[in-house]
Design a protein. Sequence first.
Length: 267
Amino acid sequence: SRYYREVLPGEIVKISRYDVQTLDVVPRPEGDPSAFCIFEYVYFARPDSIFEGQMVYSVRRRCGQQLAIEAPVEADLVSTVPESATPAALGYAQKCGLPYVEVLCKNRYVGRTFIQPNMRLRQLGVAKKFGVLSDNFKGKRVVIIDDSIVRGNTISPIIKLLRESGAKEVHIRVASPPIRFPCYMGINIPTKEELIANRPEFHDLANYIGADSVVYLSVEGLVSSVQESIKARQNNENNLKTQKSRVGKIGHCTACLTGEYPVELEW
């Protein structure tokens, strides 16, 4: 039977018509832990992807559960903007004991918003992109879980839409920490000035985006959600001597959140 697994960091693999061989695993300098991009878990990866032996969907659900521990709120229902934050919203709802209810549905006949030439058109595009399921939330206090707020432009028209359609309160909970720093590892993050977390508006973000409250997941909460099951698996593997050689130190790059880069920047 065929066995598929991830290529380990620094692993050199030879694939031939006969078999797949590991030729070498190049260690990190000074035995530093690896620095897997934590934003793969938060946003980039497909939810059915498996990294470090765990499914991305499960990590996102754990982030939602952790967010519920860190930032609960008096509300009637939990929802999301379809559909990248759905696993986190389900985790949040489950932990809070609140129902998960759809408040928006995607309009499949509208093009991409980010290619619109200016901000006003982009925001109009966002509002057109969704249909409102107003019966589901009229007169109710709604918690919207988002996976990340980068510039803050997309969420504002959505909050406005929900309020105009009868939401009593709209609370935003973000299943990742604020992005504050540029990524020099190849991810195209907007300039420091464009990031909402670095702008003066961030100090009163709820008012700026029109929400009743906004709370982000902490960096520690994100890291623990990502590493929890990796640690559990490593403990099991350490008990099996044969696996010991494959167990490395756990490490994730959080540079865009903390400014701590996994390698020294050379310029």
